[in-house]
Design a protein around this ligand. Structure first.
Ligand SMILES: Cc1cc2nc3c(=O)[nH]c(=O)nc-3n(C[C@H](O)[C@H](O)[C@H](O)COP(=O)(O)OP(=O)(O)OC[C@H]3O[C@@H](n4cnc5c(N)ncnc54)[C@H](O)[C@@H]3O)c2cc1C
Ligand code: SF4
Length: 516
């Protein structure tokens, strides 16, 4: 059996970041990734292939609580979900780390404070080359350094939107973007500023993803080995059940076992829980790290809403994801509870829409899908999803993997939507024309859109209510860690990847100390 100092399972935001952080230590590191390299091919940028034919979506079948099968929108590649992500790289707000009262209940505190994570947010912003502007967003937490790169500029229609929002008394800001764009020097810029970024892979490797800025730099070190198409299927322990001794991996049609002094799981929230549950043994009959029955519970996923408003003028914006608005993040005069974050999402393109005619009857005849897409200004509304014990992933006796989920904070989500609608008149858009994008895309099972999945193995001080301790080590095992979004005790309302990256760097420092 090959032996390593550290085995990292999964190469996304959590695992890829950790690999790069640990690589210079010279320790023997094995990276296990169930997927392959994402092929660089023309289809990377084709909306039909990516959005309609789901070219880069896993073929997994999962089940909802009623036993309905669905195909989760999940991506198995080197770099994980970050290969397809929108690279909006936000910090959680300072208050997100404390207990916060929401319309539907309490968002629990993290066991660490914002100040504990702040230095790592700064490092993560540097590693992932975040472009942004401090001081514009009133909810922005304090930062010890400026963004490493200037904000991505707004294109004219989005600048107009920013000006109109400001004129109406709001505080729009330049969204933090992880794209390798060098606007003053475009001939040398890696990013070409295209329309096919959010939800697409980037064939020119200009997206700040965990393959490009995590795994590849890590592999420049001889002490790091990557095994692709290597799916971890079980973690084996010593007879006492106190430490992981082997990682069983399906690789090239055979099962191989690898040993590591430290084992870090970073398979994404749902799959991390799954691996721990699948690793049940005599000593751990409910799965590893699961003595308190917390593994799999508190699944959260930002049941976000993508909406499109129809601009009176055409919207020729190419790269639309440059603006955010957090004025209602913690509530408003009319609604005292947190509502969430409003940001732009990649521009609608008609090939993204399934079907041939707009499904919305309020539109006058003559509105084709092409016309809808030309006039669309696309927003992404995220309200915090609260951790509920019964919102969980689980395995049945036949190995079927189920997500049981009941929506939380629906009222806050509705308030945020209505707020946006009430703004449209000031923004040169028709308030009667704000549509859910899924009306066009026809997503059948909302929980399948688990892009922002989190929770399932939360970290905390108390082994009775958490799976992992403050260093993200399993309370019940000496050498088992997790560093992906599974560790989140609460998810906030901003995009989760930067927080997973920052936490990986924090845990990485602990691992380096432990191995010194
Ligand atoms: C379309 C889309 C847009 C998004 N946009 C944004 C955004 O703009 N901003 C943002 O912050 N977040 C965004 N996200 C979410 C973000 O990508 C995730 O929060 C983040 O990648 C989660 O990191 P992770 O390490 O938990 O999991 P992942 O990045 O998913 O990594 C998990 C890895 O583990 C591998 N794996 C799983 N099981 C096994 C196994 N058994 N053995 C070996 N390997 C395994 C997977 O193949 C994968 O590579 C988006 C996601 C999607 C899908
Ligand atoms: S906008 Fe830049 S980073 Fe995004 S896909 Fe296009 S070239 Fe790649």
């Amino acid at each position: 059996m090959d032996a390593y100092d550290v085995i990292i399972i999964g190469t996304g935001a959590g695992g890829g970041t950790l690999a790069r952080h640990l690589a210079p230590s010279g320790k023997r590191i094995l990276l296990l990734e169930r997927g392959d390299w994402l092929p660089r091919e023309p289809q990377n940028w084709l909306a039909q292939d990516v959005f309609v034919e789901n070219r880069y979506v896993s073929e997994d079948t999962w089940y909802d609580a009623d036993g309905n099968p669905f195909q989760p929108q999940i991506h198995y590649f080197v770099g994980g979900a970050t290969k397809l992500y929108g690279a909006a790289l936000y910090r959680l707000r300072e208050k997100d780390f404390g207990e916060l009262r929401h319309h539907d209940g309490i968002s629990p505190a993290w066991p660490i404070s914002y100040d504990d994570l702040e230095p790592y947010y700064t490092q993560a912003e540097q590693m992932y080359q975040v472009h942004g502007a401090r001081g514009e967003d009133p909810t922005e937490p304090p930062a010890s350094a400026p963004y490493p790169y200037p904000a991505v500029s707004h294109e004219p229609r989005i600048q107009q939107l920013a000006d109109q929002l400001a004129a109406a008394g709001h505080q729009p800001f330049h969204a933090p973007c992880g794209i390798l764009l060098d606007e003053p020097n475009m001939p040398y810029s890696t990013c070409v500023r295209c329309a096919n970024c959010d939800g697409f892979p980037c064939p020119v490797h200009a997206k700040a993803d965990a393959e490009v800025l995590g795994v590849r730099p890590a592999l420049e070190h001889d002490n790091v080995t990557l095994l692709t198409n290597a799916k971890a299927v079980k973690l084996e322990t010593n007879p006492a059940g106190s430490a992981v001794t082997g990682v069983a991996v399906e690789h090239n049609g055979a099962t191989e076992t690898y040993a590591g002094d430290l084992v870090v799981v970073a398979c994404g929230a749902a799959n991390t829980a799954r691996l721990l549950l699948e690793s049940a043994s005599d000593k751990h009959p409910n799965g590893l790290a699961n003595g308190s029955d917390q593994v799999g519970r508190n699944f959260m996923y930002h049941d976000s809403v993508a909406v499109l408003a129809l601009s009176r003028e055409e919207n020729p914006t190419v790269y639309q994801k440059t603006l955010g608005l957090n004025d209602f993040y913690f509530g408003s005069d009319e609604f005292e509870y947190p509502m969430g974050n409003l940001q732009m999402v990649g521009k609608s393109q008609s090939p993204m829409f399934r079907g041939e005619k707009p499904g919305e009857t309020k539109l006058a005849p003559g509105w084709t899908l092409e016309k809808v897409a030309r006039h669309a200004i696309d927003f992404w509304l995220s309200t915090e999803d609260l951790p509920r014990s019964d919102n969980r992933v689980s395995l049945d006796g036949d190995g079927n993997f189920t997500i049981s989920y009941t929506e939380t904070n629906a009222e806050a989500k509705k308030q945020l939507y209505n707020k946006l609608r009430s703004l449209l008149g000031d923004l040169d858009m028709n308030p009667g024309h704000l549509f859910h994008r899924f009306m066009y895309m026809k997503t059948e099972i909302p929980v399948a859109g688990c892009a922002h999945q989190a929770g399932t193995c939360r970290f905390g001080h108390d082994p009775a209510t958490s799976a992992l301790d403050v260093n993200c080590k399993a309370h019940e095992l000496d050498n088992l860690y997790a560093v992906d979004t599974s560790i989140f005790p609460s998810i906030g309302a901003v995009n989760p990847a930067l927080t997973a990256m920052a936490n990986s760097l924090r845990v990485g420092d602990h691992l380096l100390e432990r191995m010194a």
